[in-house]
Design a protein around this ligand. Sequence first.
Ligand code: MN
Length: 228
Amino acid sequence: MSDYVIAPPKINAAPIKGSDKLFPVRRVYCIGRNYAAHAIEMGHDPNREPPFFFQKNPDSIDFTGKFPYPSKTKDVHHEIEMVVALAKGGTNIAIDKALDHVWGYAVGLDMTRRDLQGIAKDMGRPWEIGKAFEHAAPMGAFVPASQIGHPSSGKVELKVNGKVKQAGDLNQMIWKVPEMISYLSEYFELAAGDIIMTGTPSGVAAIVAGDVMEANVEGVGELKVVVV
Ligand code: MN
């Protein structure tokens, strides 16, 4: 093997609950508007139009429990989401086989520079500037499906400074986890290490420095993140 001309970038990897091992992340797929009430609050029709996805960068995932307030924005929103981690990939994965590809789950936050995303939307530009910045995806420890199964219902709740801001249920997802995996696999070759952020319930709102976000997905776990 030839040497690299610069040091190769580090692989970002998630801690695993109850284990010293790590889950290495390859790609981060995120679905948009996957809970009807959130689609409505963002000004969209919640009917079951085809799903759409964007990506965050694997190195934007942050397991430190701290979220540095990002640059060039005055309106950063929290979006609590269940995260799905894949143990194996493929293309054209059938819906009824999709869960066989799942390694486990986690609680994550799809932090969003909403003002910059709004400008991008208005101008028909891509969303990365609003979604894929440094530290934009705080996550908790990953938990294996072998321990918790495949949660398809259960409370999804985010508190800020002790007050409930987002409250929903996994059973409110418009596109279910097996459907998302199957759909993505028709457009991309999925692989072990890919993760999917499964969308957020309504109640997204702005945070400021000093806020404490406490995210909880019933049956998966919790995550506490301080805005610094
Ligand atoms: Mn989101």
